[in-house]
Design a protein around this ligand. Structure first.
Ligand code: NAP
Ligand code: MN
Length: 266
């Protein structure tokens, strides 16, 4: 039986060079290597930075098989294996000496007059105003009204996304073994006219968040999913929850989250 590996790379020279080298090595180990998602693929390799990792997983529509990231000169929180360690990686893969980190996605169901669209995020969903306007959002959790938010927007992040935009917006870094959603405000207004939370709120993985835009200036909003912007008109409600779909991130067996945090952030 043929064993298929799919390699997806960004267009940076170092990535293309790494892709060529990895392809050669995998072929000599008996694998068949494709650069599109072959239906029998057993492993997806993304070469680039975290942005490439996110793009690979989205482009391949959240595959069930393990995805591994090889880092060619970026921060590399997902893409964690150095091109210098390709041989170690192939050996470890052949010997089943690795760990699989299941990443729970956040799912958002967007309701407008054209009915609904479901989107999935690995890091986060951001809801922002269009044209740099203040956005007013009615926030509910499990059908209970929490607040009328006014400000730049709200980030709803996964534990894995907690080290990304969420962290820049003063959200907390979350241990990836926890299953939760973190809602972090972006520049909330706090005056006599508007009052909203200034810190992040942590919701359980069973919670259902509903966000309804109150249109004051524009009838369109931006929904930014893992850094990719989508513009929606006349959205009546956005339902956000932890999805049943997971991404299986392959890590080397010596991977440890907190040492990566100190290496990459401090
Ligand atoms: P980008 O503009 O290159 O990303 C910004 C930085 O975030 C990059 O250094 C990227 O790593 C890093 N990153 C991505 N996911 C991460 C994670 N889970 N933990 C820690 N760092 C992470 O755009 P991109 O590479 O396409 O990434 C999209 C992400 O950028 C979004 O999901 C969002 O979280 C983040 N973002 C952050 C800000 C902010 O901090 N103010 C604003 C917009 C978007 P690489 O260098 O390896 O690509
Ligand atoms: Mn990037």
């Amino acid at each position: 039986m043929k064993r298929f590996v799919t390699i997806n790379s960004n267009q940076v020279y170092k990535s293309l060079e790494t892709k060529e080298l990895l392809t050669k090595k995998l072929i000599s180990e008996g694998f068949d290597v494709k650069d599109y998602f072959h239906p029998d693929t057993e492993l997806v390799v993304s070469i680039g930075g975290d942005g490439s990792f996110l793009k690979t997983v989205h482009d391949f529509n959240f595959p069930n098989v393990p995805v591994v990231g090889i880092n060619t000169g970026h921060l590399g929180f997902f893409a964690d294996i150095s091109p210098d360690n390709i041989d170690t990686f192939i050996d470890a893969y052949n010997n089943n000496d690795y760990i699989i980190q299941g990443i729970s996605l956040i799912e958002a169901e967007i309701f407008s007059h054209e009915c609904c669209e479901n989107i999935y995020a690995i890091n986060e969903v951001v809801i922002r105003g269009d044209k740099s306007r203040v956005i007013h959002l009615d926030l509910k959790v499990n059908d209970k009204h929490i607040q009328d938010f006014g400000g730049d927007g709200l980030i709803i992040s996964t534990p894995t996304g907690s080290t990304a935009y969420n962290y820049s917006a003063r959200g907390s870094i979350v241990d990836p073994s926890l299953n939760l959603m973190q809602l972090t405000p972006l520049h909330p207004i706090n005056t006599n006219a508007y009052r909203c939370f200034t810190s992040s709120i942590i919701f359980s993985s069973e919670s259902i968040i509903n966000i309804a835009p109150e249109y004051r200036f524009e009838n369109s909003i931006l929904v930014v999913v893992d850094g990719v912007e989508h513009r929606f008109s006349d959205v009546s409600d956005i339902k956000i929850f932890v999805s049943d779909i997971k991404v299986n991130l392959l890590r080397m067996s010596n991977y440890e989250f907190w040492s990566r945090v100190t290496e990459k952030f401090l």
